[in-house]
Design a binder for this molecule. Structure first.
Ligand SMILES: Nc1ncnc2c1ncn2[C@@H]1O[C@H](COP(=O)(O)OP(=O)(O)O)[C@@H](O)[C@H]1O
Ligand SMILES: [Mg+2]
Length: 335
């Protein structure tokens, strides 16, 4: 399988590892998805990179026509991507929307539906990358239902269809998980071996790998952040504190939050009195609820059962150790 190039910390690198996830893609390519696959994972764990690789596999190895939307992409050319064979359909649909880039999810769905009508029994893949923030979390369910309709009630017949929706919004599970419209999976940060390859790709002097692993928990975005800050852990922590308004959280939750820093399963052990705290931590994308370790529920490998050094409990986990350290520091500062 050919690996795509992705940009990482200002470099162009080969997409590394994620072997199990890629074999899962192969399975889905062979049988199609039913219902919609919704995959939830920490910010920066590698969802967008993985979808790029997935798009390439579906196109090159399985002859799919792919439409991919990423409303939050930095560059305009990354907001909508598609297989060249459907470029006429794409042009027509873009022309039919007065401001297509402000409604890219609708555009992508419309393209998908037109591809079904324009080609004879196509193989079609619709890849949605972090769309819930853009469409509004309150509309997440209705969009997933719309995507399910493409599978169940297509405007014309298809050979195979693959619909994947990736999300880093903490509310995904509550919003989407209660319906039979979607099957939910989690994707975690990278494993040690894959992460090591990215670490090795970074030029210049760097701290020992073990230290970087312990701070990042295998999250490539954290690795990028540390690299860009000249490996200043302080700077990276301060940045997270500011971005997530963690001081306000620290002031509000004090000691309870301190317990979660020590062990995220405090949230479960003290449920239901921790209910509101859980909601706050999930909504601010600091903590993820892990509902089961059965590999079936995961894209790629599940993380280890419990590893407090990395902030992993059995039921809850810090998205990365660095996020936990940001909370620890904020608690001291508001102390
Ligand atoms: N398997 C991988 N191989 C190479 N680079 C990766 C891989 N996974 C993630 N990256 C890089 O790490 C950074 C964060 O990943 P990204 O896909 O943007 O995360 P997410 O979409 O989950 O927020 C990006 O620069 C991305 O290109
Ligand atoms: Mg992304």
């Amino acid at each position: 399988m050919e690996r795509v190039r992705v940009s990482f910390a200002g470099l162009e690198v080969d997409f590394v590892d994620r072997d199990r996830a890629l074999s899962q893609v192969v399975e889905l390519a062979e049988k199609g998805t039913f219902p919609v696959y919704v995959v939830y994972g920490p910010e920066g764990c590698g969802k967008t990179a993985f979808l790029r690789q997935t798009k390439a596999v579906l196109e090159r190895d399985f002859g799919y026509s792919v439409v991919y939307a990423n409303p939050l992409a930095d560059k305009l050319e990354d907001v909508l991507q598609y297989t060249l064979t459907i470029k006429d359909v794409v042009r027509d649909v873009l022309g039919a929307f007065p401001e297509p880039y402000s409604r890219i999810v609708d555009v992508a769905i419309s393209i998908a539906s037109r591809v079904l009508k324009s080609f004879s029994r196509p193989r079609l893949a619709v890849l949605m990358d972090d769309i819930f923030q853009a469409i509004g979390v309150d509309k997440a369910e209705i969009y997933v239902k719309t995507l399910l309709n493409l599978i169940e009630w297509p405007p014309a017949s298809y050979e195979k269809i693959v619909v994947l929706v990736f999300s880093s919004e903490g509310v995904t599970r509550f919003k989407v998980g209660r319906h039979s419209w979607a099957t939910l999976r989690i994707m975690w940060n990278m494993n040690r071996e894959g992460f090591k390859q990215l670490y090795d790709a970074l030029p210049g002097g760097k701290p020992p790998f073990d230290d970087v692993w312990r701070l990042s928990g295998g999250n490539p975005r954290v690795l990028e952040r540390l690299y860009r800050s000249g490996w200043s852990v302080d700077a990276a922590i301060e940045e997270i504190i500011r971005e997530r308004r963690i001081k306000a959280l620290a002031k509000m939750w004090g000691g309870d939050l301190g317990e979660v820093v020590e062990d995220p399963d405090y949230l479960w052990d003290n449920y239901p009195s921790t209910k509101n705290l859980i909601e706050d931590l999930i909504e601010t994308n600091l903590i993820i609820e892990i509902w089961d370790r059965d590999p079936y529920s995961w894209i790629d490998d599940p993380p280890p059962e419990r590893d407090l050094e990395l902030g992993l409990g059995r039921f809850y986990a810090w998205q990365t150790p660095l996020h936990r350290e940001a909370v620890r520091r904020a608690l001291k500062e508001v102390g």
